[in-house]
Design a protein around this ligand. Structure first.
Ligand code: NAP
Length: 247
């Protein structure tokens, strides 16, 4: 895959899946914009690793739930590089509890971080990309957005919303030359899943045909494919990256 001369913003790329996506895309010649909310030092170490491997990376810290900050960030990228070629809406959070104990604030904060932020990013991206009639967006959803999950009514609603919203953006934006797709990772080994108890991890692994959690770079490879010209006839798709857990 070759992306020379293009750039990409990856939200939430200071660690976990986002950091892997940033490192992977940089190896294909993309200039990478690393975003974080609080982990500035972690973002810097992702940048250092990319640069020491011969890639190009810049850091842009902002909270994806802040509409004005997200819009300013995209403006800054366009004024610096002349365009935003690709966007990966990856930043996300969980706040798990049984629905009957979930406050509306617990619900809304996850919707804001995962779904509202993705809407803002997609809306701003299509404005910028359609001017050049070029671009692609990948939204990081989750297997839980397809199946639901006990203890995750807020998270599953946000991720299911991301899948449906991606298809709506794909339909609106196809005539403007911009593609929108989502990936639905299953259980991936990051800090988000590190918090699971060992017996819970074992129970999930027993349900995964490939017999293990996925690695962040395995999600990164799926994202790279969906951004690249190798998927030029694919839009509105939901690509499962789950070791066969849901077929
Ligand atoms: P993670 O290790 O917890 O990393 C989350 C990243 O998002 C961090 O860089 C964090 O930055 C950033 N972030 C969170 N809230 C933000 C905000 N409001 N503004 C800007 N950045 C923000 O998570 P992960 O496991 O890599 O997950 C990445 C994505 O994959 C999420 O959308 C998640 O829902 C999805 N996913 C993960 C799994 C899994 O098994 N891990 C499975 C399916 C889907 P700071 O540290 O600076 O806050």
């Amino acid at each position: 895959m070759e992306f020379s001369g293009k750039n990409v913003l990856i939200t939430g790329s200071s660690r976990g899946i986002g950091a892997s996506i940033a490192k992977r895309l940089a190896t294909f010649g993309l200039k990478v914009w690393i975003n974080y909310r609080s982990g500035e030092a972690e973002a810097k170490s992702v940048q250092d690793e990319i640069v020491s491997n011969g890639g190009e990376a810049d850091i842009i810290g902002f909270d994806v739930t802040d509409e004005g900050a997200f819009m300013d960030a995209i403006k800054h990228i366009v004024s610096t590089d002349g365009e935003l070629s690709y966007l990966v809406n990856n930043a996300g959070i969980t706040n798990d509890k049984l629905a009957m104990r979930m406050k509306v604030e617990d619900f809304v904060s996850v919707i804001d971080a995962n779904l509202k932020s993705t809407f803002i990013g997609c809306r701003e991206a299509v404005k910028v990309m359609s001017k050049k009639r070029f671009g692609a967006v990948v939204n990081v959803s989750s297997i839980v957005g397809e199946t639901g999950n006990a203890g995750q009514t807020n998270y599953s609603a946000s991720k299911g919303g991301v899948i449906a919203m991606t298809k709506s953006f794909a339909q609106e934006s196809a005539p403007r030359g911009v593609r929108f797709n989502s990936v639905t990772p299953g259980f991936i080994a990051t800090e988000m899943t590190d918090v699971l108890r060992e017996e819970v991890k074992k129970a999930f692994i027993a349900r995964i045909p490939l017999g293990r959690f996925g690695e962040p770079q395995e999600v990164a490879d799926a994202v790279a494919f969906l951004l690249s010209d190798h998927s030029s006839y694919i839009t509105g798709e939901t690509l499962k990256v789950n070791g066969g857990m849901l077929m």
